[in-house]
Ligand binder design. Sequence first.
Ligand SMILES: Nc1ncnc2c1ncn2[C@@H]1O[C@H](COP(=O)(O)OP(=O)(O)OP(=O)(O)O)[C@@H](O)[C@H]1O
Ligand SMILES: CC(C)(CO)[C@@H](O)C(=O)[O-]
Ligand code: BAL
Length: 280
Amino acid sequence: MEIYRELAGLRAALAAARASGREVALVPTMGALHAGHIALVEAARRPGTTLVASIFVNPRQFGAGEDLSRYPRKETSDIAMLSEAGCDLLWLPPVEQMYPDGFATNVSVGGVSEGLDGAARPGHFDGVATVVAKLFNQVRPTRAYFGEKDFQQLAVVRRMVADLDFDVEITGVPTQREDDGLALSSRNVYLSPEERQRAVALPRALGIAARAIRGGTDPAKALDDATAALTAAGFEVDYVALVDAETLSPEPAAGRRRQLLAAARLGNTRLIDNLAVDAG
Ligand SMILES: Nc1ncnc2c1ncn2[C@@H]1O[C@H](COP(=O)(O)OP(=O)(O)OP(=O)(O)O)[C@@H](O)[C@H]1O
Ligand SMILES: CC(C)(CO)[C@@H](O)C(=O)[O-]
Ligand code: BAL
């Protein structure tokens, strides 16, 4: 696996790959990799494809008081995992490559980015959209892969790609989970052993709510019950919501696929998760 920390080198390598007829696919990450990230790499890997992963802890998507400075960084083991998983190129830009002096552009996606995490983390999705737009222009992939674990992020990226005519096909990859159901996340390392045991309440509450809604329980009651279960497990709940799986509208029309989304804090750790209510 070749590693690039400078844009000119990355572009030259990708130009050579394209010239020899290879397709380019991208898996963007913030590093501290786990099996969820590797599932994206595996979904992206195909013969004739130059597979690029990026690792960039993007300061623009962290709000004041969030965990930018303590976000886990594990470059050595990340490189080994990506190489083992069959990545061809790793794009590891320093912050100054991404945001040189004078950088003044912001990509802001309306609609899908406004509620839920967009409301709980003001500016977060502008930071995500801005860096993903840059990554797409830097790498120019024809395919890019994002996890359904970050369900709203995936919707924001799809909207941006459609609105700005990026010539890239976006694939969402199902959430990879621990044996007890907790979604894999780089932030799980923040959990104490005791918090880690309680964290399973999050996927459980979503599973119970999804079954209840499918079984005809009033969604408002199912959401209240999920919030109460999370609170009883020691979470501080940001939101538990039922939305249209595509538009993320809080009032899904009849016949539309619905998704449950939740964000909640356990001690100093903010976890998100989501679950489909209707078969897709
Ligand atoms: N459990 C998972 N299953 C599938 N995809 C995942 C999972 N966790 C993360 N991803 C995807 O990997 C990509 C990179 O995510 P990121 O590096 O932020 O990891 P993360 O574990 O989500 O970290 P964080 O703790 O910051 O949320 C994103 O598209 C994200 O949705
Ligand atoms: C898509 C992304 C790499 C943009 O920084 C990040 O939000 C992530 O890792 O999910
Ligand atoms: N996995 C989404 C990136 C973030 O929480 O900043």
